[in-house]
Design a binder for this molecule. Structure first.
Ligand code: F6R
Length: 604
């Protein structure tokens, strides 16, 4: 999705902006651009379809100035070409705007501007903002931006330059993240802390309906209505190095490899051995309230939804509370019954996914209690929810989720254990789960040591045009996630089915050209799963099994270490992440930036 970075200070802006844009590349984009206050008064801008390096090669030699804004664009209105890339300028070239989000009434505003004789230079919604700001005669830049925003319906995160106000950048947020970075005699603005942590870890996150004026030495914030606000600066935990490749060829590989440490982090400081439970300080829910929960409903999209499916099973198993998970993107559109005794849980790595955020907002409006299971601290979902559990996976840069999926599943195990121990889960079962949780990091490390075998298998299966993934109960969300991982990163078609459903239809597809990945932990369904393998084998389908022991009917088995059955999904998913990774590598895919995908989907 689109990215914003802005700088005002004493250093040359262009190199800092380009570096910031490179840090945002992981979000997915199709064009890039920047504008700066030139030393001779006036704005200079450059834009290019393609990568940030294409923009860099197009910059004129003299592109000097210490204040600027920049953008990576993910096309929504208009083709991904030079003209539609941001920044957009007004008719006089004295205003430059970069914008994330969607202006819903853009076509009306474009028509009105055109009727007034304005020539629009692009097909974008954003350009109207530049013209509206340029036409305002209010006294300050802040007031001009406020006036322009008054005409806008939709979502935005923006940063604005004006040649008449060379000592400032104005930024505003409504539904699309904006953070300010506070440095020594310099300030940054960005849509994602990734763009600024190399320079400062002191940040202020704007709320929806808030705007900021940045000068080199100071910033001030107010609402878009003009009342002063005073958000407290926070220190970002994630260091700049967390965004580097650290010796790996891709972020996906780096992030898969980091999972033992990441799981260690989500557990750290939370286990309470004395009462065989966990402390989750951020839940903001006392024991009496937790006991009053009659249902748990988990909402998320994509991999977050799959982690939520694992979470729902854990809550049912450990806390014996009826629980289910649903894609947030569906839930928000179906006028669901919102029940006061249901605990809603929104799951999101980025904390910015629009569908999930919209579901949270709808639930809050109807008076529901909503918790967040979120990775990015201070993100929109983290702020909108009543409390929650941070998953502490560290920054996830690869577009496809791996370590965050695993950590989210573990975070759900913590939540389920907490709810269980307030209700009927025994001390001995609590201890059993805690011991299992503690074994996870070393067991993940053990699975990762088997990478070479998975690489060989991936090379063997990479020729398949399609793959089937099956699992029963605990294995099913693992199959769903593994199938999503394979298709998004390798573009090999993949489907996931409950193993129990195979004979109700998809068995018709099984033949020697369709390999099946079967997730079969050694739980009480193992015999049933073995019967499924027989059915597949009888139709000549190749089988790759993932489980706790070698399967005779399978052509290959990836063996993972045993843990407590409830925690099996956490470990069973890991080798299948590597399978997707090595398949994509064998097929020469752009692993960290799969085609058509973006890291955080902040639009509808
Ligand atoms: C898949 C993937 C996506 C995200 C989904 C939700 O690998 O990364 O399916 O899981 O877009 O994103 P978050 O978790 O940021 O809400």
């Amino acid at each position: 999705m689109c990215g914003i970075v802005g700088y005002i200070g004493r250093r040359e802006a262009a190199p800092l902006l380009l570096e910031g844009l490179q840090r945002l590349e992981y979000r997915g984009y199709d064009s890039a651009g920047l504008a700066i206050h030139a030393r001779n008064p006036g704005l200079k801008s450059a834009k290019a379809a393609g990568r940030v390096r294409d923009l860099e090669s197009r910059l004129p030699k003299r592109f000097s100035g210490t204040t600027g804004i920049a953008h990576t664009r993910w096309a929504t209105h208009g083709a991904p070409d030079d003209a539609n890339a941001h920044p957009h300028l007004d008719a006089t070239g004295r205003v430059a705007v970069v914008h994330n989000g969607i202006i819903d009434n853009a076509s009306d505003l474009r028509a009105r501007l055109a009727a007034d004789g304005v020539t629009l230079a692009s097909d974008t919604d954003t350009e109207v903002l530049a013209h509206l700001i340029g036409r305002s005669t209010a006294e300050t830049l802040e007031a001009r931006v406020r006036e322009a925003l008054g005409h806008i319906e939709g979502t935005y995160g923006i940063a604005v330059l004006h040649a008449g106000f060379p000592d400032r950048i104005v930024a505003a947020r409504n539904g699309s993240p904006v953070v300010l970075g506070i440095g020594e005699h310099e300030m940054f603005v960005a849509s994602d802390v990734a763009a600024l942590v190399a320079h400062t870890r002191q940040v202020v996150t704007l709320d929806d309906g808030e705007m900021a004026t940045l000068t080199a030495d100071d910033y001030r914030t107010c609402t878009t209505e003009g009342s002063r606000t005073a958000p407290a600066p926070e220190t970002v935990e994630w260091a700049a190095e967390s965004y580097d490749l650290g010796g790996h060829d891709t972020y996906m590989h780096k992030e898969i490899s980091e999972q033992a440490d990441a799981v260690d982090r989500v557990l750290r400081g939370r286990i309470d051995d004395r009462f065989a439970t966990v402390h989750l300080g951020g839940l903001n829910m006392d024991a009496r309230e937790a006991r009053g929960v009659r249902r748990v409903k988990i909402l998320g999209c994509g991999s977050a939804y799959h982690a939520g499916l694992i979470g729902a099973q854990l809550v049912e198993e450990l806390a014996r509370i009826p629980a289910d998970a649903e894609p947030a993107s569906e839930f928000r559109y179906r006028n669901a019954v919102v029940d006061p005794d249901t605990l809603y849980v929104a799951v999101s790595q980025s904390g910015e996914t629009y569908d999930t955020l919209a579901a949270v907002q709808e639930l809050k409006r109807k008076g529901a209690r909503v918790l967040g299971v979120v990775n990015v601290v201070g993100s929109a979902i983290a702020r909108e929810t009543d409390g929650g559990v941070y998953v502490h996976a560290g920054p996830e840069v690869c577009v496809v989720s791996t370590k965050c999926f695993t950590n989210t599943a573990v975070a759900f195990a913590l939540l389920a254990l907490h709810l269980g121990r307030i209700r009927d889960l025994s001390v001995s079962d609590g201890r059993r789960i805690i011991a299992g949780l503690r074994r996870l990091p070393e067991q993940i490390a053990e699975i990762l040591r088997g990478e070479e075998e998975i690489r060989r298998l991936a090379a063997e299966y990479a020729e398949a045009r399609s793959m089937m993934f099956v699992g029963r109960v605990r294995g099913y969300p693992v199959a769903l996630e593994a199938s999503l991982k394979l298709k998004e990163v390798s573009y090999v078609h993949a489907e996931a089915y409950p193993a129990s459903e195979l004979k109700h239809g998809p068995l018709a597809l099984i033949e020697p050209a369709l390999p099946t990945v079967a997730v079969l932990p050694d739980d009480d369904l193992l015999e049933k799963n073995r019967a499924t393998l027989e059915e597949i084998k009888a139709r000549g389908g190749p089988i790759l099994a993932v489980g706790h022991e070698r399967q005779e009917k399978a052509d290959h088995t990836l063996v993972v270490p045993r843990n407590e059955p409830e925690l099996d999904p956490v470990l069973l998913g890991v080798p299948l992440q590597l399978l997707a990774y090595h398949t994509a590598l064998t097929l020469g895919r752009d692993i960290d930036k799969p085609r058509n995908l973006a890291k955080s989907v902040t639009v509808e």
